[in-house]
Design a protein around this ligand. Structure first.
Ligand SMILES: Cc1cc2nc3c(=O)[nH]c(=O)nc-3n(C[C@H](O)[C@H](O)[C@H](O)COP(=O)(O)O)c2cc1C
Length: 216
C-alpha cells in the first residue's frame, strides 16, 4: 500500500494546453468521484472559525469549494471572453479538464481581502492545507492535477458569476485531468519542480545543548 509520503512525492503539477477549439473528448469525472475528493478536502485542519453567517452557509470552515464538471468547464470556456480579464491559458486548461474546482477562503469580517492579520494568515493556511489534501486524494486515485492561481478566474466578476459570495477570495483553481492524454496535446510541468532540494537544505534539528539559557 502507498504511504502518504509515496503519494506526496507522486503528486506533481501537470499543465495541459490543448487548443480551446479542440477540447479533449470524454465524459470527464463523475460527480460522485469529485464529491469523494471534496469530502477528503474537508479533513484539512483549521484553527479559526468563520463567523456564522459570513457567507450565509454557517459553515465554520474558512474555505469554500465551487466544483465544475467537464460540461460546465466547456460551457464556461467561451463565456470567459465577456469578462474584463483575458482568459489566456485558462481557456486551454478548461478544454482539457475532467473537472475544475475553485477553492476560496473567507477573510475575517471587517477586513478587506488582503488585510494582514493573524486570523487571515491562518485562514489562508487552512485553505492551502485543504487544497493539498485535495491534490493528494486525487493523486491517490490516479487523477493528475494542477494547482493554478486561477488567472481570470480569480477576478471578482468571474467568482460572482459562478455563484461565489462577495467576500470570497480565490486561493486556487485546481484542474483535474483525464487519464488518457492524446500525444499531440501540449503538456508542461511545474516550473519549480526541477529545483526542489532535499530536506537538509530547508530543515534543521534544534539542539538545546548549543543554546545558552536566555537571560531575563
Ligand atoms: C499557491 C500556488 C499557486 C500556484 N499557481 C500556479 C500558477 O498560477 N501557474 C503555474 O504554472 N503553477 C502554479 N503553481 C504550481 C507550481 O508552479 C508548482 O507547484 C511548482 O512548480 C512545483 O512543481 P510540482 O508541483 O510539480 O512539484 C502554484 C502552486 C501553488 C502552491
Amino acid at each position: 500500500m502507498d504511504t502518504i509520503a509515496d503519494i506526496a512525492a507522486r503528486r506533481r503539477t501537470l499543465k495541459l494546453l490543448p487548443d480551446p477549439a479542440s477540447p479533449l473528448r470524454g465524459d470527464g469525472l463523475d460527480r460522485e468521484t469529485v464529491d469523494a475528493l471534496i469530502a477528503a478536502t474537508g479533513w484539512a485542519p483549521f484553527h479559526r472559525a468563520c463567523p456564522a453567517g459570513r457567507d450565509g452557509t454557517a459553515a465554520p470552515e474558512p474555505w469554500r469549494v465551487h466544483a465544475l464538471d467537464k460540461p460546465a468547464c466547456l460551457a464556461l470556456m467561451p463565456r470567459l471572453d465577456a469578462f474584463a480579464r483575458p482568459p489566456a491559458k485558462i481557456s486551454n486548461m478548461l478544454a482539457a479538464a475532467d473537472a475544475m474546482l475553485l477553492i476560496t477562503w473567507l477573510p475575517e469580517e471587517g477586513s478587506e481581502d488582503w488585510a494582514a492579520s493573524d486570523i487571515n494568515m491562518e485562514h489562508i493556511a487552512a485553505a492551502g492545507a485543504a487544497i493539498q489534501t485535495l491534490l493528494l486524494a486525487a493523486t491517490e486515485q490516479g487523477i493528475g492535477s494542477y494547482w493554478s492561481s486561477g488567472g481570470c478566474l480569480a477576478s471578482r466578476e468571474v467568482l460572482r458569476y459562478l455563484g461565489a459570495e462577495e467576500g470570497e477570495v480565490l486561493l486556487g483553481a485546481v484542474f483535474l485531468w483525464p487519464a488518457d492524454i492524446p500525444g499531440d496535446v501540449e503538456a508542461a510541468p511545474g516550473k519549480l519542480r526541477a529545483r526542489r532540494t532535499p530536506a537538509a537544505k530547508w530543515a534543521r534539528w534544534v539542539d538545546m545543548h548549543d543554546r545558552d539559557a536566555p537571560s531575563r
